[in-house]
Design a protein around this ligand. Sequence first.
Ligand code: ASP
Length: 307
Amino acid sequence: MKRPVIVVHGGAWHIPAPLREAFQAGCRQAAFAGWEVLLSGGPALDAVEAAVRILEDDPVYDAGRGSHTNLNGEVELDAFIMNGCTLEVGGVAAVKRVRNPIALARRIMESGEHAFVVGAGAEAWAEALGIPLCDPADLAPLPALIDIPTDTWTPPGMQLPSDTVGAVALDMEGNLAVATSTGGTPNKRPGRVGDTPLVGCGAYADNTAGAAAATGWGERLMRLVLSKSACDLLVQGWAPQMAAEHLIRQLEQRVAGYGGIIIVDRHGQVGLAHNTPNLSFAIIGPEEAISSGTEFRTQLLAGLNSA
Ligand code: ASP
């Protein structure tokens, strides 16, 4: 029997000081929700879905409620889930009336019929599956949060902020899973889809390797297929922390990209790295899952990492 681990993140960018506590609290709450599933012997898939649902419901993150709007002032949501045991995937993109896109992504995955559905077709399927559609206004950013200045750090070309959410988990059976959800980048063109729901880019999970979730500038992250690349490194024997640091260096050096990644391997070892000023995250697992070294390991349960 494996000792379970869950890692969640709430985005990698320059998190404004007034929002930092809220970002940490949300990640902690989401990780605990997933942890409860894992502790009761539940599947990693349920744990990552439970964690991401909490982050989607929390308006401080760019996922579900409180997401950024596109150039037309509309919220368009993307989400993805992957079962590391079967390699099944489910994704949705550009949905405007689904309050928890991760739940729809899961149902699509489990349908066995299709893997990735977008826009109005995804919404129609949600209804057919009995997932009620919401008023698009329910997903819009809260006025109180819009007014918080997103301060000084602006990497060239990147549209800030970047507060997508993701979770990776290992359960007692040794199964791995990943889930991600986002409203995408602020003021994106209608129909734009980033890395988050793309298999291998924003997320990947494979029981023979590990599970990874990425966040940041999607147009750059997808060029490196970052999350699948992480799993490939794990298969080659890389430690998750080394893999995370290597990939974020590659992101910067090869494609001038910015972002972060969280990884758990099949042994329950954790890695995370980012080249943005902050990464909000929470980790729950046995202490030895978090091997020695960099700053984040001193904040076992939750933290707001600073580069
Ligand atoms: N990667 C996401 C996107 O490009 C944004 C983020 O991670 O916050 O849509």
